[in-house]
Design a binder for this molecule. Structure first.
Ligand code: SAH
Length: 236
């Protein structure tokens, strides 16, 4: 098998490829530039009712996904010698950052476990060494949308997926800064003009304007990123 291979374990495999089946990611998927397999977790449940979840130990509302069922599903798609990271989408995880996205895109692929209900039994996380990943400080109804977000971010970085490979370089987060503002035709929109320097043809001045704009917007909107950028600038 060639290229980046994503295995997704989910109770809703019909949600895939979903948005990943269109545009650049979808074209690359169709051309074999990456592979996506969605596996139904319920296929690994036993008994007449094929239960994948049960009531939480200690009581309380909702249901918890069973460790034994999930472990069988994981083992079926990812044998012990699989070098791909096994990611569990969960709001308790490490917030997903562009740096991790880049690492994943440079690797052989990912195995992604999508939670539902109140989450998954802690023991499958430790026994299968799952890397817990969050896409932000809010609670979704399931891990599928989070998995699609992560794969979208990763797949666009795979070689040959983006039309212009250079456009990945100066983007938000690449230097710990947000991206500068963007403009295109028409030159005047409802009395508002494009900053003249961008139309000057002077590339050094354009670069300086963009740099200053990126720094200003980062300082204003994301003091957290700005503090890190200022602390690490010049050490690279
Ligand atoms: N009771 C859990 C939330 C369960 S939400 C808690 O409070 O932590 C159900 C599932 O949606 C989770 O198992 C996870 O797979 C997914 N999910 C919800 N929010 C997410 C987020 N911010 N990032 C990644 N996955 C998320």
């Amino acid at each position: 098998m060639t290229g980046f291979a994503a295995d997704v374990l989910t109770l809703y495999p019909e949600m895939f490829p979903g948005p990943l089946g269109v545009s650049l990611a979808g074209r690359a998927l169709g051309e074999g530039g990456w592979q996506l397999t969605a596996t139904q977790i319920r296929d690994f449940a036993e008994g007449r009712h094929r239960n994948v979840d049960d009531t939480p130990a200690g009581g309380g509302p909702g249901m918890v996904m069973r460790a034994d069922v999930l472990a069988r599903a994981i083992d079926a798609v990812s044998p012990p010698d699989d070098s791909r990271p096994r990611l569990l989408m969960t709001p308790r995880g490490a917030p997903l950052k562009q740096a991790r996205v880049r690492e994943l895109a440079a690797g052989p692929g990912v195995v992604i476990i999508c939670g539902r209900f109140e989450g998954v039994d802690e023991r499958v996380i430790s026994r299968r060494r799952l890397e817990e990943v969050s896409i932000g400080d809010y609670v979704l109804s399931g891990g599928e949308v989070a998995a699609i977000v992560l794969l979208d971010a990763v797949v666009r970085l795979l070689p040959g997926v983006m039309g212009n490979d250079l456009s990945g370089l100066a983007e938000s987060f690449e230097e710990g800064l947000l991206e500068h503002a963007q403009y295109t035709r028409p030159p005047v929109f409802e009395d508002e003009v494009i900053p003249p320097v961008l139309l000057s043809g002077d590339h050094a001045k354009v670069d300086a304007w963009r740099r200053a704009d990126a720094e200003q917007v980062t300082a204003e909107r994301r003091p957290d990123l700005w503090a890190v950028h200022r602390a690490t600038k010049g050490r690279k």
